[in-house]
Design a protein around this ligand. Structure first.
Ligand SMILES: C[S@@+](CC[C@H](N)C(=O)[O-])C[C@H]1O[C@@H](n2cnc3c(N)ncnc32)[C@H](O)[C@@H]1O
Length: 211
């Protein structure tokens, strides 16, 4: 979609709060992959969904600098607990610093390690909302691992499911990320345990509701 299309949407949607502008700017300055933060539009959508769904227990797979976790925490109720998992231990200090900039950062519990291993340690917790945004090659594994841990009526959000339009074309043989996202999208489309809709927000955001 054209830049004009996104500019128009951004100009007529909720603006990015100052604390998130600072976090995004610092990520761009300090880190190579600063563009991995959710950004204003998706961030405001995450906050609004958390306000609408009022989830008590939230799981995020893929923290990066904590931008999306903070958006969810901003909209979630006072007693919500957001477990977020990040594999890169070099990000730990930046993440904790970012969480400490706002009072609702206290709702977030950071776990450093591989999501597939950390999830096993979460004591069969049932989640109201899950946000999947880590290694694209493991999307199907994350989904299959977390689905039993979502309560009936609970929601899973999955980022990057349109992968810059690459999912429409036959993938290059070496492009394991595109192949994995296509495999995930195809699996999900046929999964009758859930309702699903791909929103063309940013890089594609799939909303899944467990029946
Ligand atoms: C796209 S970024 C997350 C962005 C963040 N959710 C946001 O919107 O601001 C993906 C993150 O997932 C992390 N990651 C990759 N594989 C992981 C794994 N197996 N377990 C936990 N985190 C992982 C990466 O290190 C990276 O920081």
């Amino acid at each position: 979609m054209s830049e004009q299309f996104f500019d128009y949407i951004n100009e007529h949607s909720e603006g990015e709060p100052l604390y998130l502008q600072r976090i995004a700017r610092r990520a761009h300055v300090r880190l190579l992959n600063g563009r991995m933060v959710s950004g204003a539009l998706q961030g405001r959508l995450l906050k609004m969904l958390a306000e609408l769904l009022q989830p008590k227990n939230v799981l995020e797979i893929g923290t990066f600098v904590g931008y999306s976790a903070l958006c969810i925490a901003e909209g979630a109720p006072q007693n919500a607990v957001i477990d977020t998992i990040e594999i890169d231990d070099e990000l730990e200090d930046i993440i904790l610093e970012n969480f400490s900039t706002v009072d609702f950062g206290k709702k977030i519990v950071l776990h450093i390690g591989d999501a597939l291993q950390i999830i096993e340690t979460l004591d069969n917790k049932q989640f109201d909302l899950i946000f999947i945004d880590a290694d694209k090659r493991d999307y199907l594994k994350y989904y299959q691992t977390v689905l039993p841990a979502v309560r009936s009526g609970g929601v899973i959000l999955v980022d990057n499911t349109l992968w810059n339009g690459k999912v429409f074309e036959p993938p290059q043989s070496a492009d394991s990320q595109t192949k994995a996202i296509i495999e995930f999208n195809d699996f999900l489309a046929a999964d009758t345990r859930v309702e699903k809709i791909i929103l063309p927000v940013r890089d594609g955001l799939t909303i899944i509701r467990k029946k």
